[in-house]
Design a protein around this ligand. Structure first.
Ligand code: PMP
Length: 400
């Protein structure tokens, strides 16, 4: 059996870590996967998370029973209140269905399966480029995938005209995937006034927005600022889907905790919809894991822990912003040819460096710097002590 099965290629992002792990060099640097590292390059567990875990461990009344299909109710409430505003009419009117899912990816996939079953004839439009896994998730649910223009490689900025044109020419009622903030991989987000134009076109055309929110608080350090785009859509009364992840902003990567929220027109619709999503989940994995959701619930539900978390989140976001400045300065110091101002201007965890596949290969071969071949650098994996090494590698790749 299975002799003819071909060996599948490694995932382009996770495969980078596998190659990194095999490298025995002392100076190796993993800037592939988007995971925050300490100044010493070690994985980081937030203090607020450690405290929440201690509280959970000390509570003998807790058990390991199954969660309901939709997950922990308190977690779902806190999650949607985090991404939306407390006085958001959709929350006040109880017309948001929230379902705990397996991190951001699981939330996107459950949302996609829901659309395939209950919104089946529309294609989903993805920004070009987008996070690689989007291109796997949506077709896996049977959705037809299209793209809209997003990034202008000349200006290294948003192609707002192309984007608006493509959204206008998409058939009415299409699903439009939007990155809530810190667009991955480009680090280019629309300005508030551009978001407003995008929102109007999407609503005028009767499109259905699907927000991927993997970086709330991680982009600017401010939870509200990073949720502003989603909140403007939720505030206009129309429908939208939201996939939330706590991987980055609470450092809960491996706990796989996230949520799918669907903002509906009425409470009755939200209830019916939730009942349908339950059927999808029951067949897929039955119910979500309890631990990560309990951590998030403990942190968000306790005033002091929540404040400590927000301060840690600001610390992580600021470190990344500082790394941008240090890398930029290091390239200027080396007089590395090119305009590197995009390193300063891009938002979030990644710098979309503009380095090509061959240059990345040189950096890996000669400097043991691991990153995705599209030139995306995870700034969260960088620290003051490793910036000079990265700058040397970029300089060599560009001038070599
Ligand atoms: N969407 C985007 C744009 C991402 O960058 C990520 C994380 N790399 C995710 C979703 C989801 O990640 P996770 O499943 O780990 O929450």
């Amino acid at each position: 059996l299975w002799e003819d099965v071909e060996m599948a290629p490694e995932d382009p992002i996770l495969g980078v870590t596998l190659a990194y792990n095999k490298d025995t060099s002392a100076v190796k640097l993993n800037l592939g996967v988007g995971a925050y590292r300490t100044e010493e390059g070690k994985p980081f567990v937030l203090e607020s998370v450690r405290k929440a875990e201690a509280i959970l461990a000390a509570d003998r009344s807790r058990n390991k029973e199954y969660l309901p299909i939709t997950g922990l109710a308190a977690f779902n409430k806190l999650s949607r209140e985090l991404i939306l505003e407390n006085d958001c009419p959709a929350l006040v009117e109880n017309r948001v269905a929230t379902i705990q899912c397996l991190s951001g990816t699981g939330s996107l996939r459950v949302g996609a399966d829901f659309l395939a079953a209950h919104y089946p004839n529309a294609a989903i439009y993805l920004p070009d480029p987008t996070w690689g896994n989007h291109k796997g998730i949506f077709p896996a649910s049977g959705l037809c995938m299209k793209k809209y223009r997003y990034y202008n490689s000349q200006s290294r900025g948003l192609d707002i005209e192309g984007m608006i044109k493509d959204l206008k020419s998409a058939p009415s009622g299409s699903v439009v995937l939007l990155h809530g903030c810190a667009h991955n991989p480009t680090g280019v987000d629309p300005l508030p006034e551009q978001w407003e134009v995008i929102r109007q076109v999407i609503r005028d055309k009767g499109h259905l927005p699907f927000f991927d929110c993997a970086y709330q608080g991680f982009a600017s350090g401010d939870l509200s600022q990073d949720a502003a785009a989603v909140r403007s859509f939720a505030g206009d009364g129309g429908e939208l889907l939201i996939a939330q992840s706590f991987a980055k902003n609470m450092g809960l990567y491996g706990e796989r905790v996230g949520a799918l929220s669907v903002v509906c027109r009425s409470e009755v619709i939200a209830k019916k919809l939730e009942s349908q999503v339950k059927i999808i989940i029951r067949k897929m994995y039955s119910s979500p894991p309890i631990h990560g959701a309990s951590i998030v619930t403990t942190v968000l539900g306790d005033k002091e822990l929540r404040e400590e978390w927000m301060s840690e989140l600001r610390g992580m976001a600021n470190r990344i912003i500082q790394m941008r400045k240090q890398l930029y300065d290091a390239l200027i110091l080396r007089e590395t040819p090119g305009d590197w101002s995009h390193i300063l201007n891009q938002i979030g965890m990644f710098t979309y460096s503009g380095l090509n596949k061959e240059q990345v290969a040189v950096m890996t071969r000669d400097y043991h710097v691991y990153m995705t071949s599209n030139g995306r650098i995870s700034m969260a994996g960088l620290s003051p002590s490793t910036v000079p090494h990265l700058a040397d590698a970029i300089h060599a790749a560009v001038t070599g």
